[in-house]
Structure formats: C-alpha cells, structure tokens
Design a protein around this ligand. Structure first.
Ligand code: KIV
Length: 265
C-alpha cells in the first residue's frame, strides 16, 4: 500500500521553513504530471467549473461533478495528498450537510482533506469536520464562492480594519482545527503577518512570498487560456501548442498527408 503524507507533515514543513507547493488538478493525466513534478498537494478546486466545465464562475459546480473529477485525480496520483474543494452550498446550509459531503470526499473519492471558504463564522463547522476525522484546509481573503456579495474578484484586506478581520478569521480557523489556510488575494504584507501569527501553514495565491506555500490554477500556469490573472505566471504556452497541433492535424487530413504508410496497417 502507498504511504501518503498526512496533515502533520505540513506543519513540520512550516516549522522547518520549507515551502509547500500546491496546484489544482482536475483529471488523471494532469494529476499524474503534477505528482511526477514533485508537487506536494493536489487541489481538486471548484475552479473546475470555469476552467474545465465552461461555467462563468465557480458557483454552479455540484458535489457529483467534483466527486467525478476528484476520483480521476486520485487514480492519476495514487500517492499524492489530495484536497477536495467543497463546492458552493455543499456545506453552508447545515452542519449535517457539511459532514455528509465532507465524508463523501474521503469515502468516495479517497481524498485526504477538504477545503472550504469562509472566516470565523465557519469555525464551528471546521471543528465538527475535524472532530469527525475530516482534515480541513480553510480559505480566507478573496472568496470566489461569495463573488456576488463581495462585489467581484477584488483584493481583500487593504484597510486596517479589513486586514484585522482576515487575521482574526485565520486565527479562529486555526483554533477550530484547520491544518492550513489558503490566503487568496491579500496584500503581501498581510500574507506575511498572518503567516507569522499562525503555527499552521498558509498557502498563498496572489498574497506574496511571505506565505508558507503557494497554490496556482494548473491551467494558468500551463498557459492554456488567453488571459492570465496578475498573480499567475505562465510557465508554458500549452494552449498555443494545442491549437498548432490540432491545426496541423486538420491540414494534413484535408491535404491527404495523414494517414501515411507509417501510420497505416
Ligand atoms: O478552486 C480553486 O482553484 C481554489 C484555489 C484557487 C485556491 O480554490
């Protein structure tokens, strides 16, 4: 049996000053590539909705769709630490529903932990999930599942009051038992302050280099889309390579070049 990393390893990494690398994964080949590249944590993000399923934002994705993709990620990376992003309204409605859906992520898709968005108001829920044996990664700052009430995808924690609130949220979630906190789109200085105030690791996205680790959306890093958010760096131009390859294939079929003798029986 493959021995997987447990949540305790990530706190140790923080104590020892070793950065944690997390990336989103949505299917078996992507997960296998991330595992081969030595990525520490695979996040089956609800960004599945806009990046893979073609939705406008993360809100429409369902538990069933997330489970379908999470199971594929697990098959592609059997030894990796996989976090299941609980989708919009799969945990906010009631503690019972959160426990039920958190349990499904571990039982049905063999994930190692769940992630949920929200601040101190989520602490009782985090406590209940952890108490039931479901490790929780918290998520504060910009909360894409609250895009409607937050008034868009904006940097959070810019004012002293807002920064205080985010720090207090992160502390409350740590006290409730979260094993790490995603810090999305907060000023770098706040990212560092929160990281120094917690003993659990922070995983930043657009929150500076003071965090214990970083997470990015795989499609952004690979350059699959035309537009890249400011916080993401394109490490390849895979979108262009795919278009060129498909264009060449189409041209060769139409021109009678493919299939040739080498690709025929
Ligand atoms: O769903 C997602 O991809 C995320 C990360 C951006 C943190 O939540």
């Amino acid at each position: 049996m493959l021995k997987r990393t447990t949540v305790a390893a990530f706190a140790k990494r923080k104590r020892e000053g070793e950065k944690i690398v997390m990336i989103t994964a949505y299917d078996a080949p992507g997960a296998a590539a991330a595992a081969d590249a030595g990525i520490d944590i695979l996040l089956v993000g609800d960004s599945l909705a806009p990046t893979v399923l073609g939705y406008r934002n993360t809100l429409p994705v369902t538990m069933e769709q997330m489970l379908h993709h999470a199971a594929a990620v697990r098959r592609g990376a059997p030894g990796s630490f996989v976090v299941f992003d609980l989708p919009f309204m799969s945990y906010q409605e009631s503690l019972e529903k959160a426990l039920h859906n958190g349990g499904r992520a571990l039982k049905e898709a063999d994930c190692d932990a769940v992630k949920l968005e929200g601040g101190a108001e989520m602490a009782p829920l985090v406590d209940a999930l952890v108490g039931a044996g479901i490790p929780v990664m918290a998520h504060v700052g910009l909360l894409p599942q609250r895009v409607q009430t937050m008034g868009g995808y904006r940097i959070q924690g810019r004012t002293p009051d807002a920064a205080e609130r985010i720090l207090a949220d992160a502390k409350a979630l740590e006290a409730a038992g979260a094993f790490s906190v995603v810090l999305e789109c907060v000023p770098a200085e706040l990212g560092k302050t929160v990281t120094e105030a917690l003993s659990i690791p922070t995983i930043g996205i657009g929150s500076g280099d003071g965090c214990s680790g970083q997470v990015q959306v795989m499609n952004d890093v690979l350059g699959l889309f035309e537009n890249t958010p400011k916080h993401a760096k394109r490490y390849a131009e895979v979108g262009r390579i795919i278009r060129e390859a498909l264009g060449n294939y189409a041209a060769e079929v139409r021109g009678g070049v493919f299939p040739d003798d080498e690709h025929s029986f």
